[in-house]
Design a protein around this ligand. Structure first.
Ligand code: ADP
Length: 634
């Protein structure tokens, strides 16, 4: 293959500039990133070697070697891991974490925040090398039969080259040509310090040549100078250590290593050994910040799985339910066979038991946080609340625990609160829990549906996340009380006595307004299922309500936004018999049943009901025309 020069994709170039110039305050972490990559590459080689014997030689001595050359001003980081073939090299090093990059750069530019903490999540680890180097060259050869080696080279300013080269051993060797002002990294002690600080737990030896001077064998002779490899890291897997022997910073560094969240911190760390029927060790992290791709299908999820100390996979999705996909961490089990394949993982009884135990621990940790450190829980909720709520719809086994963990805004609170708190605030005569769903707080807060509830002093929860429509389907009961939507069916808020009184008034209104209501039904027959007097309105003229089973306005809006095919169900137009509009319409009707103005009023009432709930109206131009005409007449 002839040497090829390629340009970075535009976004990559922009991101590179950010990484080099502003992102990491500590330039030394470039080494942590490259060592992490080397360690991952060795893990993969060992794993592929389990099933493909051609990949490994009999006695492989896996290691990561760092060499310094003060004269040439280079640092070389070499591993004998899996290596990369041409396609992998292009894909992994030529583009950065492809899918997310563009979105990320756009959001960075929008916020104008060049110190964005988010950078780490975008898999730009390798590019950290350009913080200290003017030029980086990477020579790599994939393990496996008859592989060609390649050299990738770039000065980080726009283009890179890939060329065929000769390389005896498999793995990857990265040479950094240090910039003028980065001489400190040519010092052995510096490198040792950085490795012990950030990469001590890496499970493969990180070695460096050390010059050893021993006294001469004979008296008066020259001392014997030899060069030996010295291992810089202790290699103790952090999850195998006793909890009390691990420092907070060690957990943090390990979290960054496995989560690829290069600058984030865990909000909670759960480190435990499970004993009993299924024995395993686990170290889990609840991140402080949500990754940008939490809602993307191809986001990195799943936990790392080790079986009997051997790395199996870093995205074992079977270990965590989807609604806890933000949890990072590792599980080390000794109860599974080493040769587990991906297919076997999908339905493994041991994994299922481990998963159950992990979910239990996490929910318990969250419950404790909510109780003892509510300020931390608020932080967690802001980042991951919407995802946790998915659990109400998918994890029936833990439904009761989840119900105590979900928070909602309401008519009586300015920050989201628990259902338990809602119940504790319920007036004595209130027997059910109520919610209203809609697009945002401002819209639902002013909804006419709330009028009767406010008057009675009944609190109403706000379901304003799209997921809440699904939550509502599962959250039908809490603490023995039914959970009901304010805009569905025929909600009864009154005492029997009040009901009877209102029923009478309604019957009276029904007879009094019968002809008018019939006319409205006829005029709006394409748009509504029925027209009737309402118990829920006190100030507004009208509103639209759904049947007990029918689709409400919010659900319709969500389905439309997802481009879902669906048949909208007609709803009921409810009127406030005390509103002066009705009196006015009755007068018009008495004078002339065929009065055009009467028909216009029907249309306007229906449009009003749509607008107050935040739904689009059919014909805005016509609506404006009708309102303008009214204004002129007034
Ligand atoms: P991240 O490690 O966060 O995915 P990087 O930019 O550090 O992002 O690396 C991108 C990809 O390049 C890695 O996921 C890996 O597939 C590949 N890679 C990097 N370094 C090595 C290496 N030493 N050996 C083999 N593959 C590597």
């Amino acid at each position: 293959m002839a040497k090829k020069t390629r340009k970075f994709k535009t976004e990559v170039q922009q991101l590179l500039d950010l990484v080099i110039h502003s992102l990491y305050t500590k330039k030394e972490i470039f080494l942590r990133e490259l060592v992490s990559n080397a360690s991952d590459a060795i893990d993969r080689a060992k794993y592929e070697g389990l099933t493909d014997k051609s990949i490994l030689k009999d006695s492989e001595n896996f290691k990561i070697k760092i060499s310094l050359d003060k004269e040439a001003r280079t640092i070389i980081i070499e591993d004998n891991g899996i290596g990369m073939d041409f396609e992998e090299l292009e894909k992994n090093i030529g583009t950065i974490a492809s899918s997310g990059t563009k979105k990320f750069v756009a959001s960075m530019q929008e916020s104008g925040d060049s110190s964005a903490e988010l950078i780490g999540q975008f898999g730009v680890g390798f590019y950290a090398a350009f913080m200290v180097a003017d030029k980086v060259s990477l020579v790599t050869k994939r393990r496996g039969k008859k592989q060609q080696a390649y050299k990738w080279e770039s000065d980080g300013t726009g283009a890179y080259t890939i060329d065929d080269v000769e390389k005896d051993s498999c793995g990857t060797e990265i040479t950094l040509y240090l910039s003028e002002d980065q001489s400190e990294f040519l010092d052995d002690w510096q490198i040792k310090r950085i490795i012990t600080q950030y990469s001590d737990y890496v499970s493969h030896p990180i070695v460096m040549d050390a010059t050893k001077t021993e006294p001469a064998e004979e008296e008066g002779g020259d001392p014997i100078i030899s060069i030996e490899e010295e291992t810089l890291n202790s290699m103790t897997a952090i999850w195998k250590k006793n909890k009390k022997d691990v420092k907070k910073d060690e957990y943090k560094d390990f979290y960054r290593h496995i989560s690829h969240d290069h600058m984030g911190e865990p909000l909670r760390t759960i480190h435990f050994v499970a004993e009993g029927v299924t024995e395993f060790r686990s170290l889990l992290f609840l991140p402080e910040k949500a990754p940008f791709d939490l809602y993307m299908r191809d986001e990195r999820r799943g936990l790392q799985l080790y079986v009997k100390n051997v790395f199996i996979t870093d995205d074992c999705k079977e270990l965590m339910p989807d609604y806890l996909r933000f949890i990072k961490g590792i599980v080390d089990s000794s109860d599974m066979p080493l040769n587990v394949s991906r297919e076997m993982l999908q339905d493994d009884a041991v994994l299922r038991r481990i998963r159950k135990s992990l979910v239990g621990r996490i929910l318990k940790t969250l419950a404790e946080m909510l109780k003892k450190k509510p300020e931390d829980y608020d932080k967690f909720w802001d980042e991951f609340g919407k995802v946790l709520k998915e659990g109400l719809h998918s994890d029936f086994e833990n439904a009761d625990k989840l119900k105590d963990l979900v928070l909602f805004h309401s008519t009586k609170t300015d920050k989201p609160g628990t259902l338990k708190d809602y119940v504790s605030r319920m007036p004595e005569d209130q027997t059910e829990i109520y919610y209203i769903s809609g697009e945002n707080i401002d819209l639902v807060k002013t909804s006419p549906m709330l009028e009767a509830f406010n008057k009675k002093g009944y609190e109403v929860l706000f379901f304003i996340d799209p997921i809440d429509e699904w939550v509502a389907q599962s959250l039908t009961e809490y603490d023995g009380k039914q959970v009901k939507a304010v805009d569905r069916g025929d909600i009864e808020l009154d005492t029997e006595k009040e009901q009877k009184k209102k029923e009478k008034a309604r019957e009276k209104a029904d007879t009094e307004y019968k002809d008018l209501i019939d006319l409205m039904k006829e005029e709006l027959k394409e748009d509504v299922k029925d027209v009737r007097f309402s118990n829920r309105l006190t100030d507004s003229a009208c509103c639209l309500v759904a049947d007990e089973m029918g689709m409400n306005a919010n659900m319709e809006r969500i389905m439309k936004s997802m481009n879902q095919e669906f048949q909208p169900t007609l709803r009921v137009l409810e009127l406030n018999s005390k509103h002066p509009i009705l009196e006015k319409m009755k007068g018009l009707h008495k004078n002339d049943k065929k009065d055009q103005q009467l028909k216009d009023y029907c249309e306007l009432l229906f449009d009003q009901a749509l607008l107050t709930e935040g739904s689009p109206i059919k014909n805005p131009a016509r609506f404006t025309q009708l309102v303008s005409d009214l204004m002129v007449k007034a």
